[in-house]
Ligand binder design. Sequence first.
Ligand SMILES: [Zn+2]
Length: 179
Amino acid sequence: MKISSDFGVFFRFGDRDLSRFWAKVSVRGPGECWEWTAAKFRKGYGSFYCLGFGRGKVHGAHRVSWAIANERVPRRQVLHTCDNKVCVNPSHLYEGTHADNMRDARERGTVSRSARKLTDVDVSLIRYCRQLGFSVRKLAVYFPVSRSSISRICTGVSYPHVDGPVVPAWGSGRSANFT
Ligand SMILES: [Zn+2]
């Protein structure tokens, strides 16, 4: 595989590094997670020591994988679509910002601002408010959960055991009143 000079200089990446890199990866099917089997950073991401030129340097394994696949150095953070920090499957990696990362984590419910904080009474209240015409955006301000959590509550996808008017995903609380 050809390594662009931009990539080689930034990562101090040599020919030997490419084979060393893939030797540390448990490569599976195209849609599966390819887990890093070697050293990890304290935060849980794989770490890779590039021998490259001179003294070498340690990099996040997922960043190196993204860079190999895209033939350039990532300008922003490299994020996972699979939420698996040790995964280095290039098809599970994308370039984004910290804000994207936080939003994605929130939508997957891995950050404290999750629907788990709500009581059953809150959930009923959200559904009644939605039926009265409160927007999902407003409700996400009043209750400590994301807009996607509010939508899931109002469509009955989450908290199916709780009472309250549920509207299907294709209709709004308001239009339900006109039918
Ligand atoms: Zn993955």
